[in-house]
Design a binder for this molecule. Structure first.
Ligand SMILES: NC(=O)c1ccc[n+]([C@@H]2O[C@H](COP(=O)([O-])OP(=O)(O)OC[C@H]3O[C@@H](n4cnc5c(N)ncnc54)[C@H](OP(=O)(O)O)[C@@H]3O)[C@@H](O)[C@H]2O)c1
Length: 244
């Protein structure tokens, strides 16, 4: 395993927590992890930053703290923090929630990717950004206007960033994790049927046990990061590849 610095957002629970554990256990890896909640884990290779990523002013102030230069062979940014947003049809949305969701799901990953590139451009180390996307980026889902729009925009940002940064040796991926058994899915199941016509389908996913365990998805994220040369396209879906 190359000596790696991982900067991970949304590490306190769900998929991010599983990604955190997977990388913390990898030899030679240090992690800077950002969420509103600190886990307080006693791990020598972990530094937690408590930050509301929807608060872009605070993010701007903390940026210089987030991307240290050190003796690493690989720098990785995983923009994983995300929120499903209000599950309501257009016409019933709250402007405050719209901007909070866009700040968290889209603008913070854009700002962090840009800062990552600036910090590590000059280094010859391997550099990789993985933006956690969603199938919802490509499939309109009634009730999820905020979420689908944010993920679609993040996927497009990832494609442009991949082109912009290729000459600087930075790989960029937009990775859909499938349907994962996390609090986000639990939140989806609390939506009102009148606001979310697909409610029964999501209740069935849970009832039938068809949600992916976060640990299994984290293994795939780890595989992609560790073998990025085997993945040529920017847009990836964990359901499209198996672990060897
Ligand atoms: N679960 C699925 O089926 C599914 C499917 C497709 C895509 N995804 C994507 O996968 C990623 C992880 O989702 P998940 O299911 O693991 O969600 P989750 O269980 O709700 O966890 C979300 C993570 O993001 C952090 N977060 C939320 N708001 C934040 C804020 N304002 N500032 C900083 N951190 C914040 C949370 O930490 P704090 O609350 O401590 O801040 C938490 O660690 C998201 O980008 C999501 O869109 C999930």
């Amino acid at each position: 395993m190359k000596k790696t610095l991982l900067i991970l957002t949304g590490h306190s629970k769900g998929l991010g927590r599983a990604i955190l554990d997977r990388f913390l256990d990898a030899e030679g890896t240090e992690v800077i992890a950002i969420s509103r909640t600190a886990l307080g884990l006693k791990r020598a290779n972990l530094r937690e930053i408590q930050l509301d990523l929807a608060d872009l002013e605070s993010l701007g102030i903390r940026l210089p703290d987030i991307f240290p230069v050190g003796d690493f062979e690989r720098f990785v940014l995983i923009n994983n923090a995300g929120w499903i947003g209000e599950i309501k049809p257009v016409g019933k949305l709250d402007p405050g929630h719209i901007s909070k969701l866009m700040n968290l799901n889209l603008l913070a990953p854009m700002i962090l990717t840009d800062a990552f590139a600036k910090a590590y451009f000059p280094l010859s180390a391997e550099k990789l950004v993985c933006n956690i996307s969603s199938g919802a980026a490509y499939k309109p889902m009634p009730g999820w206007a905020e979420y689908c729009s944010s993920k679609a925009a993040l996927a497009m940002f990832s494609k442009v960033a991949a082109e912009d940064l290729a000459k600087n040796g930075v790989r960029v991926f937009s990775l859909a994790p499938g349907i994962v058994d996390t609090e986000m899915q639990a939140e989806i199941r609390t939506a009102a049927l009148e606001d979310f016509p697909a409610l029964a389908r999501f209740e069935n996913f849970k009832r039938e046990g068809s949600l992916s365990p976060p640990e299994m998805v984290a293994d795939k994220v780890f595989y992609l990061v560790s073998h990025s040369e085997r993945f040529s396209d920017v847009v990836q879906d964990v359901r499209d590849f198996e672990l060897p």
